[in-house]
Design a protein around this ligand. Structure first.
Ligand code: SAM
Length: 239
């Protein structure tokens, strides 16, 4: 929505029609069915149903700026044009993230393009800070807030460098190096991502150590809540 409004309202954008390309499955998931849709007065959509008609209604005022594509982003063949702003908000697994990188990153413009990574600091999304470090030669973090990271593309990407199945120590160290570029609030969130990464790799005891270390420092309420949640998750998985 924000990108579309920007295109429509910015007099410097001369070609507005279908300037923003939107990709989503538009299949309702549990959170939407339980919380979002009822708040909008919509009660007849079940998990898995198509809700693209609701989206189209919502974006009606800016529809001319959009090219809306329903389906799996992994099936997209982007060959169109260079990309000025890549806004990622569907990279919910490492596999989807890598596919987005492979398909869209080669079209970023060094020195100009911005990558907006929504949910970058989501506690289970350990692969974002790892990728950000691996690509630090061509993506520079510009701004971190809440759950989002905005980076600028400064050189052509070398996508061959990424190994999401790499050894645990290498990935943890890369996450650590990336965290060192950010402020202490962002560093704490990345520590929590390291802990979840260790859980995924079957090392809950080390994950607990990290969580305990995070909790022993003065921290943001949300990070505290999430670290405690993770500890509860590990303990309940053991019983
Ligand atoms: C956190 S929601 C964000 C949705 C939207 N950007 C917003 O702000 O409301 C994540 C979105 O990713 C989409 N998604 C997940 N996997 C996808 C895939 N493989 N291809 C396209 N979209 C996908 C989901 O349908 C969901 O709408």
């Amino acid at each position: 929505m924000a990108l579309g409004v920007g295109v429509m309202n910015n007099p410097a954008v001369y070609r507005k029609a279908k300037r923003v390309h939107v990709y989503d499955l538009f299949k309702a998931y549990e959170h939407q069915v339980a919380n979002l849709f009822p708040k909008m007065g919509v009660t007849n959509i079940r998990v898995g149903d198509d809700f693209s008609h609701l989206y189209r209604k919502h974006v009606e005022p800016i529809k001319n700026a959009l090219s809306v594509n329903v389906g799996d982003i992994r099936d997209v063949q982007w060959t169109k044009a260079d990309i000025e702003i890549l806004f990622m908000d569907c990279a919910t697994t490492p596999n989807i993230s890598v596919t987005i990188l492979q398909k869209f990153f080669p079209f970023l413009i060094p020195g100009l393009s911005l990558v907006i990574n929504q949910d970058f600091f989501f506690e289970r999304a350990w692969w974002f800070p790892y990728m950000a470090e691996v690509f630090s030669d061509f993506l520079t973090p510009e701004y971190a807030e809440d759950c989002t990271l905005v980076s600028k593309c400064v050189a052509d990407p070398d996508l061959s460098k990424l190994d999401l199945d790499g050894d645990t120590v290498t990935i943890l160290q890369a996450m650590e190096r990336f965290a060192a570029r950010l402020d202490s609030a962002a560093r704490q969130k990345i520590q929590l991502q390291q802990a979840w990464f260790l859980c995924e790799r079957g090392e809950p005891a080390r994950a607990k150590e990290i969580a305990a270390r995070i909790l022993s420092h003065p921290i943001d309420q949300t990070v505290r809540y999430r670290a405690n949640n993770m500890l509860r998750f590990i303990d309940s998985a053991r019983t």
